[in-house]
Write a protein that binds this ligand. Structure first.
Ligand SMILES: CC(C)(COP(=O)(O)OP(=O)(O)OC[C@H]1O[C@@H](n2cnc3c(N)ncnc32)[C@H](O)[C@@H]1OP(=O)(O)O)[C@@H](O)C(=O)NCCC(=O)NCCS
Length: 200
């Protein structure tokens, strides 16, 4: 990237982070490689050296990373050294039964572009309840440490992905995945266990 392009991107990133973000409960200082916003009345916690965005990868110039802890009892927590490629969306919303509504992402995770992580369906199945918050299914999401999430992966409500697991590109994860598993597809299914040796 030449210096004019770099300056433009820095200004744009600054504008998104400082002027388009409206969340006042953000802790930590992620490395902003591209535009990102933190929205909502909940809490967003970044560990050390979390990276948001990647150059050179697609979508850096025309998208942003959207982190939203919608209501005051919502929590998004991201562990140390976790990297997000471009155009990630993470939204924690609460249901009336949630005490704290969580999306927890561990340390040392690598997350591919176009990641979508929603802990709520946001709308109910039945037409008459579509916009009735009391009937919306919401459940916490937890992604462990050392996970590798491929590009274009969606993680839906209630999913727990164990440490060291890999989710293949394009997968829609609707059910929990154990540790050290390779899961792929829509809906994602475990296709093998990964032997990690003694390295972790
Ligand atoms: C479709 C949806 C509402 C169904 O929720 P649900 O009724 O609670 O369904 P369940 O989670 O119990 O899943 C039922 C089965 O369908 C599968 N399934 C659910 N959603 C799926 C999806 N999006 N793609 C593929 N399979 C899906 C599940 O794996 C499960 O099959 P299994 O038991 O064999 O594993 C929900 O899974 C979903 O896709 N929510 C969309 C969230 C969203 O995008 N909201 C709008 C944001 S603006």
């Amino acid at each position: 990237m030449n210096s004019i392009a770099r300056t433009y991107m820095k200004l744009k990133t600054f504008f998104y982070w400082h002027f388009l973000s409206d969340n006042h409960n953000v802790s930590g200082h992620p490395v902003l490689n591209g535009c990102a916003v933190c929205l909502g009345r909940g809490t967003i916690e970044f560990g050390n050296n979390v990276h948001l965005g990647f150059y050179p990868s697609p979508f850096l110039f025309n998208t942003y990373i959207h982190l939203e802890a919608r209501e005051s009892n919502c929590l998004i927590k991201i562990g140390n050294e976790t990297f997000f490629n471009n155009n990630a969306t993470i939204i924690a919303a609460s249901s009336p039964s949630n005490k704290i509504s969580k999306i927890l992402i561990g340390s040392d995770c690598m997350i591919g572009m176009n990641f979508l992580c929603l802990n709520s369906d946001f709308h109910a199945l039945q037409v008459r309840d579509r916009n009735n918050p009391a009937r919306v299914n919401t459940a916490d999401i937890q992604i462990g440490n050392h996970c590798f999430i491929g590009a274009n992966v969606t993680v839906l409500k209630g999913v727990n992905i164990g440490d060291g697991s890999v989710i293949g590109a394009g997968s829609v994860v609707t059910r929990s995945i154990p540790a050290n598993a390779l899961a792929v597809g829509n809906p994602a299914r475990v296709i093998k266990q990964i032997q990690q040796g003694d390295s972790l």
